[in-house]
Design a protein around this ligand. Structure first.
Ligand SMILES: [Zn+2]
Length: 116
């Protein structure tokens, strides 16, 4: 399962951070997940629940998911606009060629550590 390996990755990042700061555990991990990252957040939450069980540092930690909506920029007129999908043209000039500004990310935003 795709989401399970993502959960393991996030746990690894959080564990590294906890070890670096000599924390006794991780309370919370906040992540940003773009609407177009291809990640199913429900599946990720489910994977998280089972994955943290095997981690000493993250046993009771919470995963907070911040969804990031799609933001596109027109390659012709450089107009920025929010869009639900990639297949609509620029509302300003009608151009179909766009660059994704936001909406594909999958990243750890912050890790809250337990005080020693
Ligand atoms: Zn345009």
């Amino acid at each position: 399962m795709h989401e399970f390996s993502i959960a393991m990755n996030i746990i690894e990042i959080a564990e590294t951070s906890a070890l670096q700061h000599e924390a006794t555990g991780v309370l919370e991990v906040e992540i940003e997940v773009g609407d177009f990252s291809g990640v199913n957040t429900e599946a990720l939450e489910f994977a998280w629940e089972s994955a943290v069980d095997s981690s000493l540092l993250l046993k009771n930690s919470k995963l907070i998911i911040h969804p990031v909506s799609l933001l596109l920029q027109c390659n012709n007129c450089h107009h920025c606009y929010a869009q639900a999908n990639l297949f609509e043209s620029c509302p300003s000039c009608g151009e179909f060629s766009t660059t994704i500004i936001r909406g594909r990310e999958l990243k750890v935003k912050s890790v809250t550590l337990a005080e020693p």
